[in-house]
Design a protein around this ligand. Structure first.
Ligand SMILES: [Zn+2]
Length: 425
């Protein structure tokens, strides 16, 4: 009963606060009230914030390193990172709490802890944001993600939909038949899997398709949209929670009904979000700096929602390139590098660009790509570096860029150690 109530109440809040015609001023007023209540009631309940604060701005900015260094200080249950990792390897449960981990590379993974009511609140919010226009008929929702958490288990029993989970890491060859037999009306998966499904011609006919859990690159979007003959929608979520979801007009709106966003400039018109998750009571994320890079939209969305629009989730701060040049350090964001390659020749549909040393970048292209297209890509990167006065050599490699379900796809990747990153905070 409690579960249904929490789900329904979160559903109503998410729908109400995103409704067309609600003014931004009215939304801000409501959000400020929620923030104040959270600061007074929940934030001071964890050891890290025992002194409390009346205004959010009085709290320091935190990041993954500070959080993981003393995880127990930031959650009401006092669960340490070691305890959380132990439970993740086992049942993902500690008492009444659920723990989970992000799918990042080892050593860089974050953990989270949530209570049962929070799990249902999360579900209500996700449903409100993704199921618009689909009510009335029982939906079959297929979620294909690395199953690191029991977060999604809560929905299996809902009367309005049938949910089925497919473990990305075990590989599609293990569940392709089951997925096709399930015949999902809604498909949620990382873009690399959706592209694989499209190219391998899985027999599926979903009404709605959501890209989730990884950065969505334009060439994946076009392959997926062309194959399924419909617009691809997006769910932007992380260990830190649900951050943004596309509306029916295709605008990617921040989940401001559960999170307060501050933005730090990250260069090249991009921002680095600092979030305060004011609906969460177990683990406190207050002024928490994410590792993501966003480009915010300048225009409002045609749907009329007061929630802010994101033009693009560009990638991760960790994947920015740190180069040197005659005029000093050169910092390049993943989107600029990606666009230089994609714009150089239309035949390029996949690539990897990896910074392997301070003065060396490796460009990997598929074996079937014509030589002149490969040369165009290398020239484009070279020109970009010259334009920014960076001193760096580009090594070209040809490889079969295979679909790897076991790791997160990052086409632009920086493999420098933390001490080599001059721009590291
Ligand atoms: Zn919209």
């Amino acid at each position: 009963m409690r579960a249904a109530l929490e789900t329904a109440s979160a559903f109503v809040t998410a729908t109400r606060m995103a409704r067309p015609g609600l003014s931004r001023a009215a939304f801000d007023h409501w959000q400020h009230r929620m923030l104040r209540r959270w600061l007074a009631r929940d934030v001071r309940g964890v050891r890290a914030y025992q002194g409390g604060a009346t205004e959010l701005q009085d709290l320091p900015i935190r990041d993954k390193a500070t959080l993981m260094a003393d995880f127990a200080a930031y959650n009401r249950a006092g669960i340490s990172a070691d305890q959380a990792w132990q439970a993740i390897g086992d049942t993902c449960r500690i008492g009444d709490f659920t723990v989970g981990a992000s799918t990042g590379t080892s050593g860089n993974r974050g953990v989270f802890v949530i209570s049962e009511p929070e799990r249902y609140r999360w579900l209500g919010t996700v449903l409100a944001k993704t199921m618009g226009g689909l009510w009335g008929r029982r939906q079959r929702v297929a979620i294909i993600l690395p199953q690191d958490t029991r977060l999604y288990d809560s929905a299996r029993s809902l009367p309005l939909m049938q949910l089925r989970f497919f473990d990305l890491r075990s590989g599609p060859e293990n569940w392709r038949t089951e997925l096709e037999a399930f015949d999902p009306s809604v498909l949620i998966a990382p873009p690399k899997l959706l592209r694989h499904v499209a190219q391998q011609q899985f027999r599926l006919r979903p009404q709605r398709i959501f890209s989730a859990a990884e950065t969505l690159d334009p060439m994946d979007r076009s392959v997926i949209e062309t194959c399924f003959g419909q617009a691809l929608e997006q769910i932007y979520m992380a260990t830190e929670g649900l951050l943004a979801v596309t509306c029916r007009q295709g605008g990617l709106h921040l989940a401001e009904e559960s999170m307060f966003f501050e933005f730090e400039p990250a260069g090249n018109g991009l921002v680095n979000p600092v979030i305060s998750s004011f609906r969460r009571q177990t683990q406190i994320l207050a002024r928490y700096r994410m590792n993501d890079l966003l480009r915010l939209a300048e225009r409002p969305c045609a749907c009329g929602s007061p929630l802010r629009l994101v033009e693009e989730v560009v990638g991760r701060v960790d994947d920015c390139f740190h180069l040197t040049g005659a005029a000093g350090p050169v910092f390049l964001t993943p989107d600029v590098l990606r666009n230089a390659i994609l714009d150089s020749d239309r035949r390029i549909t996949d690539f990897r660009l990896i910074q392997v040393a301070v003065d060396e970048i490796e460009l990997r292209l598929t074996t079937d790509l014509p030589d002149e297209a490969a040369q165009a890509a290398a020239t484009a990167v070279d020109q970009l570096l010259a334009c920014r006065q960076a001193t760096c050599r580009i090594t070209q490699k040809r490889a079969t860029l295979t679909f790897d379900p076991s790791r997160k796809l990052r086409r632009v990747e920086c493999r420098l150690g933390p001490d080599m990153r001059w721009a590291a905070r």
